[in-house]
Write a protein that binds this ligand. Structure first.
Ligand code: OGA
Ligand code: MN
Length: 284
């Protein structure tokens, strides 16, 4: 197994490992070490069944239940299908997941540790996934702002209708009802600067998609800070854009990076991913 850096801001590829075969302790440790060192890893040339994807994913920890049960694989409920493909006039998977910068499930009581996407079909055009390094974004904050947000907590909400900075996608059927229902789900409050449990490093932990306020601050004051942070945290020098190759399996660390789907492809140009999520702990 060989690890090669692929991005200036973060990211590495791993070649020379076949995840469909049983892995030994050294293989798993090698993947984990690369994951902690590079935040985003692309393991090349894989061809995994949903069952093999689940078996591999469990090496990183227990898996989350997928929120969108409608688009999971029946025999493997841990695997969600992301796709713009259609069958009998109906979508076969979740369309337009992840269109704004976010960290997965920061709106839940246990935000995700890692997300794993396995490319099943890449579109001819577009479909990149972008990542922003929140260690770097934190490190490069002006000193006064670092001090200002240390100890503050931000409010994370799942419903897009609670967030004035995002729009509901028009391409997704019944999205409005979906987000209307989600308004009842309680918000979560997390430190704006979190400590990574494995590396001990500090990371900025807010995002345009889910962060809607700062605990204890009036809206105008919170907005001033949040608007600055949302702009700062995705500066080009913190971003790695992943251009998917056939067979890629990408793992990212939701405790250290933000991500978004860049879109830019249109049916019948199909993009299909299989997705699993490793469960995390409460940020501190
Ligand atoms: C996700 C996500 C983006 C993409 O799966 O959590 O945000 O590029 N995906 O598919
Ligand atoms: Mn996501």
């Amino acid at each position: 197994m060989q690890v090669n850096k692929i991005g200036a801001a973060m990211g590495a590829e791993i070649v020379g490992i076949d995840l469909s075969k049983p892995l030994d302790v050294a293989d798993v440790q090698g993947v984990l070490d690369a994951f902690h060192a590079h935040q985003v890893i692309a393991i090349r040339d894989q061809n995994l069944t949903p069952g093999q994807l689940v078996t591999f994913s469990r090496h990183l920890g227990p898996l989350e239940d997928q929120l969108n049960a409608r688009y999971t694989i029946p025999e493997h409920p841990e695997v969600l299908v992301l796709s713009n493909d259609m069958k009998d006039g109906k979508p076969v998977g979740l369309i337009d997941g992840g269109d704004y910068w976010h960290s997965d499930s920061s709106h839940r009581d246990k935000p995700s540790l890692a997300t794993i996407l396995h490319a099943k079909q890449n579109p001819k055009v577009g479909g990149d996934t972008q990542f922003a390094n929140m260690y770097l974004a934190y490190e490069k904050l002006p000193a006064d702002l670092k001090a200002r947000i240390t100890g503050l907590k931000a409010v994370h909400a799942v419903s897009k209708l609670k967030n004035k900075r995002v729009k509901v996608s028009e391409r997704r059927p019944d999205a409005k009802d979906h987000y209307e229902m989600q308004k009842a789900i309680p918000d979560q409050v997390w430190p704006m600067v979190r400590t990574h449990p494995a590396t001990g490093k500090k990371a900025l932990y807010v995002s345009e998609r889910f962060t809607v306020g700062i605990e204890g601050l009036p809206e105008a004051e919170a907005d001033e800070i949040l608007d600055f942070l949302f702009d700062h945290q995705v500066k080009p020098e913190f971003v790695y854009t992943h251009k998917w190759k056939d067979g890629d399996l990408v793992i990212w660390d939701n405790r250290a990076v933000l991500h978004r789907g860049a879109g830019g492809y249109t049916y019948p140009d199909v993009r299909t991913m299989h997705r699993t999520v490793v469960a995390g702990d409460r940020p501190y």
